[in-house]
Design a protein around this ligand. Structure first.
Ligand SMILES: [Zn+2]
Length: 89
């Protein structure tokens, strides 16, 4: 048996502010919430979908979205993007 370790703390990732995305970012599929009002949630349904302006805060450099579900946390790690511009279809 391993010696006693610090109680299972959440992995670093959980507290990193790195997981925030600005408007028009393509974070990957999942649910994201605006960090400014902490109310507006948006569901991104495709890897190329962009985050829209917040319904409450409108748009601005201080409007950021954080992943709210497992899909969102995982999907933005997908290494499938170069510098290709977004292409709405
Ligand atoms: Zn907001």
């Amino acid at each position: 048996m391993p010696p006693m370790r610090a109680a299972e703390t959440a992995p670093d990732q959980a507290t990193k502010p790195l997981g925030a995305f600005p408007i028009a970012a393509q974070p990957g599929t999942g649910v994201y919430r605006c960090t400014k009002c902490d109310e507006f949630e948006v569901i991104v349904t495709g890897p190329e979908d962009q985050l829209p302006p917040c319904a409450n805060c409108d748009s601005g450099p201080d409007v950021m979205y954080i992943p709210m579900d497992e899909n969102a946390r995982v999907s933005h790690g997908v290494p499938n993007r170069d510098d290709q511009p977004p292409q709405p279809r």
